[in-house]
Design a protein around this ligand. Structure first.
Ligand SMILES: Nc1ncnc2c1ncn2[C@@H]1O[C@H](COP(=O)(O)OP(=O)(O)OP(=O)(O)O)[C@@H](O)[C@H]1O
Ligand SMILES: [Mg+2]
Length: 389
């Protein structure tokens, strides 16, 4: 078949045999009635051919040839390897909560949504404030999928081109040559799950490189470092899972491009409630006094609600990462005031003295430290005011 070949299908309307190509162009007048009728009766299509002396004629061809010109490009829903039958997919998603590690606090709906997005081959973006379990959840997802996985920390890389594309090297004998990055290998691995940790902290160059890779319609990586404009296709079933700190308090996080964000299905990690925080700490540190752990959960939750209030005196609440660290110190025999002093206070700015963020957080912590040593550094009223949630 040459490039400008035309294949038509015959349709009956009234007593007329009309010929239409896939794009709807009518060819009836160019084709003899007998030819059209014959093709129709045999259930065949007609292809326009050019014979000797440029004579145009229409030749009966199997209907498949017409179909091949019409078949719309359907989104490929079968691209993900895990379960293929829909019933299996449903079953996998809805029983997946049992695959969530107990040590990861995440509600059932969110977890299932995460699994479902992965099974459906979506690009996933885990968002939420620092230390709320984004990386942990992403890694747990990867673990439970049983697919080849790759990890890239884009927040830690200074040279996104080298990380995502590769390096140009020079050798005396062979001259310059190009060595591909692990990322190039990763995207060529069918059904790979590729973690792009701290994407929000990545260099804007990394975002640009990833644009085409993440676009469902493009899915390729351009190796413009190499001669020519070689592109690498993303293999079937590859899933990307990115994490991002998105929130006004994260000044070190660059504002991610909207076009890039649009390429992701967002899964928002929730900040734990006081009860969930308590449950997590009790689960992780069963040997630490449960009253003290309860206080840690309270302190964290008070700072979190404060940071969300209109008149917030702290920019961000104490993260779960910090409460876990603090509980670890308690487990190792440090008192709550000691543990708070080394793990919490350094995160809050001391500038401004009694009006500083640090002073404010100290007041909250000290309310829960009844070791008898609390002095008059802070007046009672202020403490009360600060801790009324
Ligand atoms: N939801 C959670 N369930 C269980 N543990 C958690 C949770 N959130 C945080 N943690 C604890 O905090 C630590 C840090 O979590 P993680 O690295 O996943 O945070 P993150 O959201 O990726 O933070 P960052 O924005 O700084 O990258 C974990 O190792 C874990 O001990
Ligand atoms: Mg992280």
């Amino acid at each position: 078949m040459n490039n400008n070949s035309v294949v038509v299908k015959i349709e009956m309307s009234g007593n007329r045999y009309n010929a239409f190509s896939a794009d709807g162009t009518k060819y009836t007048s160019e084709i003899g009635t007998g030819t059209r009728k014959g093709a129709y009766n045999k259930g065949m299509a007609l292809e326009r051919r050019v014979g000797k002396n440029d004579r145009v004629y229409w030749w009966k061809v199997p209907m498949e040839m017409f179909d091949a010109t019409t078949t719309p490009t359907m989104p490929d829903m079968s691209s993900v390897d895990v379960p293929t039958e829909h019933a299996e997919v449903l079953n996998f998603i809805h029983s997946s909560y049992s695959l969530k590690p107990t040590g990861l606090m995440m509600n059932e709906l969110k977890w299932k949504y995460l699994v479902r997005s992965a099974v459906r081959g979506k690009n996933i973006m885990m968002t939420g404030p620092a230390g709320c379990g984004k990386t942990m959840a992403a890694k747990s997802l990867v673990n439970c999928l049983d697919r080849p996985d790759f990890y890239f920390n884009l927040g830690a890389t200074q040279d996104p081109r080298a990380t995502l594309i590769g390096n140009v090297h020079f050798e005396k004998k062979s001259g310059t040559y190009f060595s591909e990055s692990v990322f190039v290998k990763a995207i060529q691995t069918p059904n790979a799950v590729i973690l792009l940790d701290e994407l929000s902290r990545a260099h804007p160059d990394a975002w640009n490189i990833l644009m085409t890779v993440l676009d469902y319609g493009q899915r390729y990586l351009r190796l413009d470092e190499q001669d020519g404009q070689t592109t690498i296709k993303v293999a079937e079933g590859v899933t990307f899972v990115a994490t991002a700190n998105i929130g006004n308090e994260y000044t070190s996080t660059r504002v991610m491009d909207k076009a890039l964000m649009d390429r992701f299905t967002i899964v928002e990690m929730d900040v734990l409630s006081e009860n969930e925080e308590n449950e997590l700490l009790t689960y992780m540190f069963p040997h630490v006094d449960s009253v003290v752990l309860g206080n840690v959960a309270k302190i964290a939750s008070l700072t979190r609600s404060e940071s969300n209030s209109d008149t917030a005196r702290v920019g961000s609440g104490i993260s779960t990462r910090t409460t876990v660290e603090l509980a670890g110190l308690l487990f190792d025999g440090f008192s709550l005031p000691e543990a708070a002093e080394v793990s919490i206070y350094p995160q809050y700015d001391a500038a401004g003295g009694v009006d500083s963020e640090r002073t404010f957080v100290k007041q909250i912590v000290q309310k829960f430290c009844d070791d008898g040593s609390s002095d008059d550094l802070f007046n009672e009223e202020e403490v009360l005011e600060a801790t009324e949630a």
